[in-house]
Design a protein around this ligand. Structure first.
Ligand code: ADP
Ligand code: DP6
Length: 335
């Protein structure tokens, strides 16, 4: 019996400038460029095996809170589409078994879709022995439907070019993981999956009257982020990161119907981060589509911030991440 099996490990990433809204849903073409930092300690491990022993595709998902369960309906829809796309590319007819584990909570605004779809795509490519360069891999990853996953192909600091069509919408590394010793301290205020997925948020973004202003602002934000990354200007970087976060959430809050991703603790933390900055402890806050706060700081501040927030009311868990490497294959069996 032939065996086409591979495993991959893919990092999550935190967006400094945010992907929010699409020009093309089918191709996952975004409305703007986005820039992120790849994370080292939160990731997805995925194994994919194609073979005649499977009468249909099986997708098993688990995370830091839940045991492996067979995914159904919406939870497996994008995975099945990606299996079909890549099987077809390889000319393989067999179905597959996918077993995937996130070492952090899923669907809570910690970008499980980024690491999840990056790991899935890499494992499928290896199992099917499809050889592509990183740029093509980022394009194939994007086609899975999770935009943030496009950036998790690379380590370090990454830019996803909006592009005009599928071939020109890809991610590239701006700087590798050794460029700047930054950290992302994730303050978990809610680990349950959010009510409104990013998928819903993207679709609603165009209904916000603020979206036009956001799309104009993000052009300048991306330029400033590139300047800040190049010159390692932490204050500039942090200011733009916060502007971006508020701009994204202003859009979600003014979409029709509105989406409020924040909870009370989210707001308390945003005030606390300002207070600490005034006292000389510098970090900047960002949030994806969820209530969990990502503090971006220089690594020398990790211990103080971690200690400060460890007994902060409403903070349930803390993840500390530094700048990580991109997706990698951990096992491949082709025979
Ligand atoms: P998050 O903030 O965690 O990225 P999203 O709502 O953006 O939340 O994405 C969650 C989506 O990603 C869900 O559809 C979930 O089923 C899918 N997902 C999460 N982890 C994986 C994984 N390891 N493999 C495949 N799909 C995953
Ligand atoms: C707010 O399309 O990557 O994190 O639809 O769940 O796959 P899914 O998420 P995705 O949207 C990410 C939105 C964001 C901003 C970002 O990471 O750029």
């Amino acid at each position: 019996m032939s065996k086409l099996k591979a495993s991959a490990i893919a990092p999550s990433n935190i967006a400094f400038s945010k992907y929010w809204g699409k020009i093309d849903d089918e191709l996952t073409l975004p409305l703007n460029d986005s820039i992120s930092m790849t994370l080292d300690t939160i990731f997805t491990h995925t194994t994919v095996e194609f073979g005649p022993q499977y009468a249909k595709n099986e997708v098993w998902l688990s995370d830091s809170k839940t045991k492996a369960t067979l995914a159904k309906d919406q939870k497996q829809a994008r995975v099945l589409q990606q299996l079909k796309r890549l099987r077809r590319l390889a000319g393989v007819k067999d179905f597959a078994k996918v077993v995937s584990h996130n070492n952090f909570p899923t669907g809570a605004g910690i970008a499980s879709s980024a690491s999840g779809f990056s790991a899935l795509t890499a494992a499928c490519l290896a199992a099917l022995n499809i050889q592509v360069d990183k740029k093509q891999q980022s394009i194939l990853t994007r086609l899975a439907g999770s935009g943030s996953a496009t950036r998790s192909v690379y380590g370090g600091f990454v830019k996803w070019h909006q592009g005009k069509n599928s071939e020109s919408s890809y991610a590239e590394q701006l700087y590798d993981q050794d460029h700047w010793d930054l950290a992302n301290i994730i303050l978990v205020t809610e680990s349950a999956a959010k009510k409104h997925s990013s998928l819903i948020g993207h679709a609603r973004s165009k209904s916000s009257p603020f979206m036009v202003a956001r799309l104009k602002a993000v052009l300048q934000h991306n330029q400033d982020l590139e300047t800040a990354l190049k010159s390692k200007d932490f204050q500039l970087l942090g200011q733009v990161i916060e502007q971006e976060m508020f701009s994204l959430h202003a859009v979600t809050m003014t979409s029709q119907p509105p989406i409020l991703y924040w909870n009370g603790t989210t707001v308390e933390i945003l005030h606390e981060v300002r207070k600490l900055r005034d006292q000389g402890l510098e970090s900047y806050a960002t949030l994806d589509a969820g209530p969990n706060v990502h503090l971006i700081t220089e690594s020398s501040n990790i211990k103080k911030l971690q200690k400060h927030f460890s007994d902060f009311v409403g903070v349930k868990q803390i993840f500390v991440c530094k700048v990580g490497k991109g997706v990698k294959i951990t096992k491949q069996h082709l025979f």
